[in-house]
Ligand binder design. Structure first.
Ligand SMILES: [Zn+2]
Ligand SMILES: [Zn+2]
Length: 331
């Protein structure tokens, strides 16, 4: 006979069963999701290898390098300003036309549909470096549902690439229902694949037109499209791997969180590498909290604010910063 504690009809047991899961399992779609994740990693990587080989053999035109730089800045800024600070954390408010522009440009980065991206990111903050964090370099929930601690190499692999290859999906209803209620963002979410292809073809068409050749089209596609996407992926996934492993953590951010401030990732990600600052103040529009903490997205937000194009720009007060510091001394 079962004791009251074991009985699955006890109130606590019912509560536990009714708790929404952070992920959604679908045995039919999971393999497709894994294949999609694999393509997301492999296609830009192989495109980058091909671009480098062609550059060594034939040289590379300046147009292709310019297109790579411009598209990198556009899509990287769109992820950090649009997806991250504007939408995921509501750290700043702007006009709908600017919000949707950066939501489209961020989708061109090829790091996942906007609904998935934001839901997964909010899940990361709520469960930072716990088993339900989608990309902690310290701990993960394995296929059997058990908590698994990882060593340095395993953790860096999982946080950088491995989490992209897991088939199960984040519960978007639980973490990002507000995004799904916005009809414009829903349209951008549903048209993710055509938007990604537009982001690849745009630099190809511009490169072909400027160079007046099919070679210009090809190098525009490779450098402005795939190489640029590969670089943005390294910057974004580097936030999960390196910025939760290497660097100082001056703030108290909870028992499990191991976010750190990593200057190199901060430069590459336009400010998001100040992860410990960010986990301490997730709704702040400024991730660099000291003058020497380079935060290009914050500079962009200041510019928008001065032009009257952004408002409700959230900043922690000096007292709030001091209160959260471990030693009351900024590192
Ligand atoms: Zn983080
Ligand atoms: Zn965040």
């Amino acid at each position: 006979m079962k004791s009251a504690e074991e009985d699955s009809t006890t109130t606590s047991s019912i509560r536990e069963q009714a708790k929404p899961s952070v992920t959604v399992r679908n045995t039919r779609l999971d393999p497709l999701q894994k294949a999609f994740g694999m393509a997301t990693i492999l296609v830009p990587t192989l495109g980058t290898v091909l671009a480098i080989v062609l550059a060594v053999v034939y040289g590379v035109d300046a147009t292709a390098l310019w297109l790579c730089g411009i598209m990198f800045v556009l899509t990287n800024l769109a992820l950090e300003f649009g997806f991250h600070r504007n939408l995921a954390h509501k750290a700043v408010t702007t006009y709908p036309v600017i919000k949707y522009f950066f939501a489209v440009a961020g989708s061109m980065a090829g790091t996942g549909r906007i609904l998935f991206w934001i839901a997964n990111h909010r899940r990361h903050h709520i469960h930072s470096d716990e088993a339900d964090d989608p990309h902690s370099p310290h701990v993960k929930r394995n296929a059997a549902g058990d908590v698994e601690k990882m060593n340095l190499a395993q953790g860096l692999w999982h946080a950088h690439y491995g989490h992209v290859l897991t088939g199960n999906q984040v519960n978007c209803t639980l973490f990002a229902s507000d995004i799904n209620r916005d009809q414009g963002l829903k349209w951008i979410n549903d048209n993710y694949i055509p938007i990604v292809f537009t982001g690849l073809l745009m630099p190809a068409v511009i490169g072909g037109a400027i160079e007046g050749s099919w070679m210009g089209f090809l190098t525009g596609f490779l450098w402005g499209g795939l190489v640029r996407m590969f670089l943005v992926h390294q910057s974004t996934w580097g936030l999960a791997s390196y910025s939760h492993r290497f660097g100082p953590s001056p703030f108290n951010t909870g028992e499990h969180d191991q976010s750190s401030n990593n200057v190199w990732v901060a430069i590459a990600s336009f400010g998001s590498g100040w992860q410990n600052n960010h986990h301490a103040f997730p709704t702040s529009a400024f991730l660099g909290l000291k003058w020497y903490q380079i935060d290009m997205t914050a500079w962009f937000i200041v510019l928008l604010e001065k032009l009257g194009l952004a408002w409700n720009v959230k900043r922690p007060s000096k007292a709030q910063i001091k209160e959260k510091l471990k030693d009351s001394v900024m590192v």
